[in-house]
Write a protein that binds this ligand. Structure first.
Ligand SMILES: [Fe+2]
Ligand SMILES: [Fe+2]
Length: 165
């Protein structure tokens, strides 16, 4: 039963990756929340990561409102949109990640290298954002987004959204 659920979940992830897209209203949302410079960073990601970032940002926006974090919402949404930019310069291509999703055993050979790259994407992304002049609060959230011990409510919201979507 559990195996079947995992397989179905993988199939769903695979389908989502294949059908990922960015709509006109997504573009408006991106333009509203990111500067031109930050948009250049965002659009370096492949469409699967762009879709994920948009979903995380949408969830974070709602959650921040519900928790009364209105004053931090702008920073949180920007961090959500940019939190995975470090994957851009990683060694995990879209194809490799899809192979992982479908059948990890097939790519066991690359697993260690790919896992290391995935783990490093948070600090790599923070460095990229810093280089592009993104504000410190956003850079810090990007750097910490996989840190197990959330040190702020904004980070908690970002991690919650990231884990769900
Ligand atoms: Fe991440
Ligand atoms: Fe993520």
């Amino acid at each position: 039963m559990k195996l079947r659920q995992t397989f179905l979940q993988r199939l769903k992830q695979f389908y989502s990756a294949l059908t990922a897209s960015v709509t006109e209203s997504d573009l408006a949302f991106i333009q509203k929340n990111l500067s031109k410079q930050e948009q250049a960073l965002f659009f370096q990601m492949d469409v699967v990561d762009q879709r994920h970032a948009l979903d995380v940002a949408g969830y974070a926006y709602q959650a921040a409102t519900a928790r009364g974090l209105g004053s931090k919402r702008k920073v949180l949404v920007k961090a959500a949109l940019l939190h995975d930019i470090g994957k851009v310069r990683g060694e995990l291509t879209l194809l490799t990640r899809l192979a992982f999703v479908l059948c990890p055993a097939l790519v066991a050979k690359y697993r260690k290298k790919a896992w290391k790259s995935l783990k490093e994407h948070a600090s790599r992304g923070a460095h990229m954002a810093e280089t592009f002049g993104v504000e410190k609060e956003v850079v810090d959230l990007i750097r910490e987004h996989h840190n197990q011990e959330a040190s702020s409510e904004s980070l908690e919201v970002l991690q919650e959204a990231d884990a769900l979507l």
